[in-house]
Design a binder for this molecule. Structure first.
Ligand code: FES
Ligand SMILES: [Fe+2]
Length: 345
């Protein structure tokens, strides 16, 4: 038995939003890990994140506006820079101007944009946390496709839902992906990777329709704490890269975020179809996770079996080890060992 739906790890970067959704000069409110955040982009293109509460009278700063790269509160016009420091209190008279407004602060969160996705750090020390995942071989390219869907379910349930092979023949059934009924023998080699594990390069299942069409030679899937899954599929000269990241919004609310990149121009032509297919696929996950939530209210423990649920077990071990290593002030010791897992799915 494993505990589930625990709190998301702190001292971690979390995916916040696709960079293209945050326009310069605009403010974007978002609740993450139960905390109100306002995201902004300055005129030089850099991004920032502040606590979305004005320290004066508590109104969300996101109701205000960007003014000369500062955030101006809509209530009494106090301004804060991207580091959270107050830069102006318009109601002060010239005599009162000696008041050190710079001592007034709103909490600032480290925020970074990497390969077209904005990440926010929750914790004290980003330097000792796992790096924001970077997809190989694509430089600072932006995603050709982004998708995001909220669900009412536990954070852990959604994270290991990404690495649950045996739900596929029951949940992801559709005429264009896989038909119901069949399960196939699988043997997949795994190994440890930084703060996670990888399903090593392998030939994907030929029972999946798109792979039959593409003639895909190789796929690799990498999981990393706190909640990202990267899939790299290479066929001939071309590759498809997908980043999945589960973002904890509040207790019992998450967001499944996707960013996809590809090198084959013809995939761009098929983008509307891919977008539609992705929505259907992710929505299948959303519906089943929300149904699972109904039962977990009565029985919050899971029964995880070998070998098909070993990845979920690894997830809990990685999470526990991360907390233990931080508490004991020692380096993270990845509990995952090389192993081949066998199942039918
Ligand atoms: S509440 Fe923000 S300036 Fe007064
Ligand atoms: Fe799924």
């Amino acid at each position: 038995m494993e505990p589930n739906s625990g709190a998301p790890l702190r001292e971690m970067w979390y995916y916040a939003v696709a960079g293209s959704r945050l326009k310069p000069g605009k403010l974007l409110p978002k609740t993450m890990l139960g905390e109100p955040i306002v995201l902004g982009r300055k005129s030089d293109g850099s991004v920032f994140a502040l606590r979305d509460i004005c320290p004066h009278r508590g109104i969300p700063l996101s109701f205000g506006r960007m003014c000369d790269d500062d955030v101006e509160c809509c209530f009494h016009g106090w301004r804060f820079n991207s580091a959270g420091r107050c830069t102006s209190i318009p109601s002060l008279t010239p005599q009162q101007k000696s008041t050190d407004v710079g001592k007034i602060k709103v909490a600032a969160y480290p925020a970074r944009e990497v390969q077209g996705s904005i990440w926010v750090f929750f914790g004290e020390d980003p330097a000792t946390a796992p790096e924001i995942p970077v997809l190989p071989d694509i430089g600072e390219r932006k995603p050709q496709l982004i998708y995001s869907l909220a669900a009412k379910c536990g954070f852990d349930d959604a994270v290991y839902g990404q690495m649950d092979p045996s739900h596929n023949p029951y949940v992801h059934v559709s005429p264009w992906w896989r038909r119901s009924g069949g399960v196939y023998d699988k043997a997949k080699a795994f190994g440890p990777t930084p703060y996670g594990f990888s399903m090593l390069r392998h030939k994907p299942s030929t029972n999946l329709l798109p792979y039959k069409i593409l003639g895909v030679p190789e796929t690799e899937i990498i999981f990393r704490l706190p909640s990202t899954r990267i899939e790299i599929t290479r066929f001939g000269r071309h590759s498809i890269y997908t980043l999945n990241a589960v973002t904890p919004l509040a207790e019992g609310e998450i967001e499944m975020n996707y960013a996809a990149y590809w090198t084959a121009p013809w995939i761009t032509l098929a983008k509307p179809v891919v977008q539609w297919a992705l929505h259907n696929f992710i929505d299948q996950d959303r519906r089943v996770l929300e149904k699972q939530r109904v039962g977990l209210r009565h029985q919050p423990t899971l029964m995880l079996i070998d070998d098909v649920d070993v990845q979920a077990k690894w997830y809990f071990r990685l999470k526990n080890e991360y907390v233990r290593a931080k508490t004991e002030g020692r380096p993270f010791d990845n509990p995952v060992k090389e192993r081949t897992l066998y199942w039918r799915s």
